[in-house]
Design a protein around this ligand. Structure first.
Ligand code: SF4
Ligand code: SF4
Length: 357
């Protein structure tokens, strides 16, 4: 939630944005407009990557202000394709289900991710024996920020937590990073109570690998990471878990230019109208520019794999990665490959679906 008392209008958040291209004076001016409730160009051009929340080390959370102002101005209706896609995908296409195995087995919520990889959760040894809940009933709603609105997130967050609270467990593993992030932002701001501890997928994967360490086959690959916007929204630094997991699996983490604080977007939301222009062709061109920067950077620093925590990011970048000779993998794939000799998952790609061109 936006913390105005922590903002001294220094402008560093918008000056650091990789997409706006503002100098410090322009950044201060646009910040003033946002705070005073006047129209700012930021509301038209921001691609909702959330990074400015991390650029502000004073904890003011400027992206939370931006998305709130977008919602107030109704920009989600002008550029609603991301909203429409999320609603269709999460509430119409992804089926609801609860798979129970053993009473004491761990519980995982996979949100709508079965739609991206229908067989993964049923065929891989990694997920054998897990209790799994999935579908629109378990949609974290956090993604609606890419639909340029925060009202929908606040309105639906209680329902999301209620669904998870009904599961008979005191710990729930969240497959999608975006489902984990709200416990440190929106749900926390709303003081919603949970009767379980949220467990990040990476925490669980580390435990699985440690428990089965005798079966680990070191992968010996050079892996870049392309993390989702939700890691900038809130919660613990995911790099600590990634470094531990990579060490266990014999994966070399490729440090590169567009990484960590300088992390670049996957381009998915930009392509869906999340900024730049009302013109779809211009948005697609902008998305392609972002994707090329991301993949070329990984290639230049010698990566042969790129790991994702979000299936949307995978969908956006998989085709470009493969064209550049880089194997796209989800975090769970690295564990499947190492422990069970399974192949990386072929997820649905945004290109196949026509979301990007
Ligand atoms: S939100 Fe933070 S970084 Fe941005 S102007 Fe305010 S204090 Fe500076
Ligand atoms: S959310 Fe991302 S694109 Fe939007 S202003 Fe912040 S850093 Fe820039």
């Amino acid at each position: 939630m936006w913390n105005p008392e922590r903002c001294d209008l220094c402008g560093e958040c918008l000056e650091s944005c990789l997409y706006l291209g503002y100098d410090l004076e322009r950044a201060k001016k646009e910040m003033q407009l946002l705070i005073s409730g006047e129209h700012s160009e930021v509301l038209d051009r921001c691609i909702t990557c959330s990074a400015c929340n991390t650029y502000c080390y004073k904890g003011a959370r400027p992206f939370d202000l931006i998305v709130h102002r977008m919602d107030e101005e109704g920009s989600q209706f002008k550029k609603g394709s991301a909203t429409a896609l999320l609603e269709v995908f999460c509430f119409n296409l992804a089926r609801n289900f609860v798979r129970k195995t053993k009473k004491d087995a761990p519980w995982m919520s996979i949100c709508c991710m079965e739609y991206f990889q229908p067989h993964l959760f049923w065929d891989s040894k990694l997920f054998e024996g897990l209790n799994i809940a999935g579908g629109g009933d378990y949609f974290c709603v956090n993604g609606m920020i890419h639909g340029r609105q925060d009202t929908a997130v606040f309105e639906n967050m209680q329902g999301y937590i209620d669904q998870l609270n009904k599961l008979p467990t005191d710990e729930i593993i969240l497959f999608h990073d975006e489902c984990y992030a709200p416990f440190f932002s929106y749900a926390k701001d709303m003081k919603l109570e949970t009767n379980f501890k949220p467990i990040h997928l990476l925490e669980w994967l580390i435990e699985v690998v440690k428990d089965n360490y005798k079966d680990v086959k070191k992968l010996g690959v050079r892996c870049a990471i392309s993390l989702p916007c939700s890691v900038r929204a809130s919660g613990p630094d995911r790099h600590i878990w990634i470094e531990e997991l990579f060490d266990l699996l014999g994966v070399e983490l490729v440090e590169r230019k567009y990484d960590r604080k300088n992390q670049i977007c996957c381009g998915a939301v930009a392509g869906l109208g999340g900024g730049a222009s009302e013109d779809l062709a211009e948005n697609q061109r902008f998305s392609q520019e972002i994707r090329e920067k991301n993949v070329n950077d990984a290639k230049n620093f010698g990566a042969d794999h790129m790991m994702f925590l979000c299936p949307f990011c995978y969908a956006a970048l998989a085709y470009d990665n493969k064209a550049a000779g880089i194997m796209p993998v989800m975090a769970a794939d690295l564990v499947r490959m190492s422990l069970y000799g399974e192949k990386p998952t072929e997820y649905v790609t945004a290109l196949e679906k026509g979301w990007i061109v």
